[in-house]
Design a protein around this ligand. Structure first.
Ligand code: DC
Length: 232
């Protein structure tokens, strides 16, 4: 019998390791993986390039006007074996991870019309199921009927250390305190915004990975997937 096709929603704070495990889980299951944070980052990059953000103030009306000109897609990169983010046909995978985008993405992600446009694209991408999607509102707004919902979390210090190590490994010159305050600020905005704040869906399972490595997390997730697929 063919395995039941399911939708897996993984939500959680910034740098909680969502993309690492979502990517690995999708690869194990042969599912598609979509990083929705990358989509909000791509919109932010577009707005920065068009000079629509000044000291974290977004020219909301202008950005809303431009939304129909923003096309985001993902393409698998055989060299890096990961999926790269494209903005209007240009590979922006590296640029969207830079601190300038990280520092400006939260206000962009609070705009209702931006969220509606992203959610629509995400629902389209997941309509065939067999997908792992990570973000902040996947289990609550994008796929409220997802068969498996995970709320991933870790302490702020652990998350800041992970992000700091990641940026350092890329050769970026940042201080730990700068990274920590960026994470704290994003947590605050993500959790308190009016539009789709980061909240745990009632039926999501909480996974605190402060002291778990990716293998341990994948083992836990695969057990949950098997439980769902075998349920009658
Ligand atoms: O996961 P990330 O750090 O790359 O996400 C970047 C920003 O986008 C983050 O500040 C919150 C926002 N975001 C969101 O509001 N909803 C999502 N589904 C995914 C990300």
């Amino acid at each position: 019998m063919q395995a039941k096709k399911i939708t897996i929603a993984i939500d959680g704070h910034s740098s909680s390791g969502k993309s690492t495990i979502s990517k690995q889980l999708a690869a194990k299951l042969g599912y598609k993986y979509i990083d929705t944070g990358a989509m909000y980052r791509a919109v932010t990059l577009y707005a920065l390039r068009k000079n629509l953000i000044h000291q974290k103030n977004v020219d909301k009306d202008q950005l809303i006007n431009e939304l129909s000109n923003i096309k985001i897609s993902f393409r698998y990169n055989t060299n890096t074996q990961r999926s790269d983010t494209y903005l209007n046909g240009e590979n922006v995978e590296n640029e969207i991870r830079e601190l300038e985008v990280s520092n400006n993405v939260s206000p962009v992600a609070t705009i209702k019309e931006v969220r509606q446009a992203m959610v629509k694209m995400q629902q389209e991408m997941g309509k065939e199921k067999e997908i792992v999607m990570d973000g902040r509102d996947i289990g609550t707004v994008v796929f409220p009927d997802a068969e498996l919902k995970i709320f991933l979390t870790a302490s702020t210090q652990v998350r800041a250390q992970r992000r700091y190590d990641e940026l350092k490994a890329k050769g970026l010159n940042v201080s730990f305190d700068e990274v920590l305050s960026n994470i704290e600020e994003r947590d605050h905005i993500d959790s308190t915004r009016d539009e789709s704040p980061l909240v745990k869906a009632d039926d999501a399972l909480v996974l605190d990975n402060s002291h778990l490595n990716p293998d341990e997390q994948i083992k836990y997730l695969l057990e949950k997937v098997e439980g769902i697929r075998n349920a009658h």
